[in-house]
Each structure stands twice: as C-alpha cells, then as structure tokens.
Design a protein around this ligand. Structure first.
Ligand code: HPA
Length: 271
C-alpha cells in the first residue's frame, strides 16, 4: 500500500461526487438494508475503484455508497473484505484508509457474530466494548507503516466511549435490549468446533466473528473514533451445539438489522 495508490482511489471517488463524508459505515454479512436509508446515493462498485480489492463473495454486493442519512454525509461500505476470501490484512483494511482520506471523522462498524456468552440470544445486538485478535497477525505489520502513523498503536480503549454511551441511551429510548461485551476475531471460514467455542469462552469472549478487528486496529492507527456492534446470529453452546448454516446466519442478520439501523440512525442524528 502506498500513498499514491490511496490518492488514486480517492481521486476516482471524488470524480464521482464523494465530496465531504462525515461518517464511514461498514455493513456486515446479511446487513444491507441500511443502504435504503441513504438519500441521494452515489454508488461506486468496488471493482471500479482503483486499487480496491476485487469483491468475491456473492452475498456481498461490493459497493461504496455516498449520500445523506439523518442530515449527515455518509460513505457506506455494502460488503467488506475478509481474510477467509484469501485477502491479506492490508487488502481488507484498505477501504478504511480510503474512507479516512475522503475525510470521515468517525467510523461505524457492524458484523454478524456468534453468541459465546449464553446469556445472549440470536437476534440480540451486542455493543462491542473490547476485542481479542485471534487472526494471527496485524494490519500494522508492514514495512512502511510509520509513513501512515505510529507503529505501536495504543489499544487501551479502541472503541469510543462517548459514542458507546450515546448508543446505550438510544437503545433504552427505543426499547431495544442491548448486550455489551468482548468480540473475538478468528480467520474462518469454517465455523468453530465445540472445543474452540469452549476455549473462546475461557479467553473472555462474548461473541465471535471473522471480521472487524483489523478494521478497528487501522481506525485506531488513524485516530478515528469507532463504534461497533455485533448482530448475534447463532448461539455457540458447546454442550448443545446444533449444526449452523450460513444461510440461516444471513437470514437472522437480516431480521435483526432494523434494530441496528435504529441505533446507527439515532447516533448519526446526535453527532
Ligand atoms: N463463528 C464465527 N463467525 C460467525 C459465527 C460463529 O459462530 N456466527 C456468525 N459469524
């Protein structure tokens, strides 16, 4: 990754009218309905943006959309890149750096995740308070990282406290029951064994998924305040584990997304 590549990606998007976004939003697996909230959308397909990774997974439609939600300019990633698609850490976090160069001041992240904490149920939303990186490397482990920021990035509070407090207040107001906890990222794409779910619980995780953490590390590198939520799509009870299928995960994500939209829209209004 070079500054020149970022400049070319940004120039392409500016030429399409991506002018002054305030907020970047990443939509996770099965979470595409939020794009219907965007007024006056301008769409850029990932495959047309210079140096963007090529979109591969069919249920991710692979678009960057610029427009207005609740009176604020946003840039929304419909579909993200995952390690399990064969990309590396620099590929999957490149869009975060592009949105930062476009001028976003905050980042909202969503994902579909499995509930490790068995007090949580599928269809619940979990506000991410902290994370554990089990993906084996870092998006900051590259040679010229210091050209883009610090190498030894502080991670003592990676998720913005002020936005977390606001999300909790919005959930209360909207009568949305909101869980809070620790997200652990794994590579996937296979789901976990019973022994692995037991291990993740022992490590202190409340939810498990295959994304988000690299993006959060890069956003901290860029000093972008982050809010992140997991839509819980399955219950990972090692003593009573049912086979999971990805179609079911996507369906539950879609059914739960309206609650997430209320939280995100509410937060945009308050910023
Ligand atoms: N494990 C990992 N990733 C997931 C899961 C899970 O159980 N559910 C949704 N994404």
């Amino acid at each position: 990754m070079t500054q020149k590549q970022l400049d070319e990606s940004v120039a392409h998007l500016r030429s399409k009218g991506f002018d002054t976004p305030d907020i970047g939003i990443v939509l996770g697996t099965g979470l595409g309905q939020m794009v219907d909230e965007i007024e006056d959308p301008i769409v850029a397909h990932y495959n047309h943006i210079p140096y963007f990774p090529l979109a591969t997974v069919e249920f991710h439609s692979g678009k960057l959309i610029y427009g207005t939600i609740a009176g604020k300019k946003v840039v929304v990633m419909q579909g993200r890149f995952h390690l399990y698609e064969g990309y590396d850490f620099l590929d999957i976090t490149y869009p975060i750096r592009v949105m930062h160069q476009l001028g976003i001041k905050r980042l909202f992240i969503s994902n579909a995740a499995g509930a490790i904490n068995l007090d949580f149920k599928k269809g619940d939303i979990m506000l991410i308070e902290d994370h554990i990186n089990l993906q084996g490397s870092s998006p900051l482990a590259f040679k010229n990282v210091t050209a883009f920021g610090d190498r030894f990035v502080d991670m003592s509070e990676p998720y913005d406290v002020e936005m977390r407090v606001k999300i909790e207040a919005i959930a209360k107001r909207e009568s949305i029951s909101l869980q809070k906890g620790v997200y652990v990222s794994v590579v996937g794409p296979q789901l976990e064994t019973k022994a692995e779910y037991r291990m993740l619980k022992t490590l202190g995780a409340d939810a498990v998924g295959m994304s988000t953490v690299p993006e959060v590390i890069v956003a901290n590198h860029l000093r972008l305040p982050i809010v992140a939520v997991s839509v819980l799509t399955d219950e990972c009870d090692p003593d009573n584990l049912r086979p999971i299928n990805i179609q079911e995960i996507i369906e539950i994500a879609a059914k739960t997304e309206p609650k997430m939209i209320k939280l995100f829209k509410g937060l945009i209004e308050e910023l």
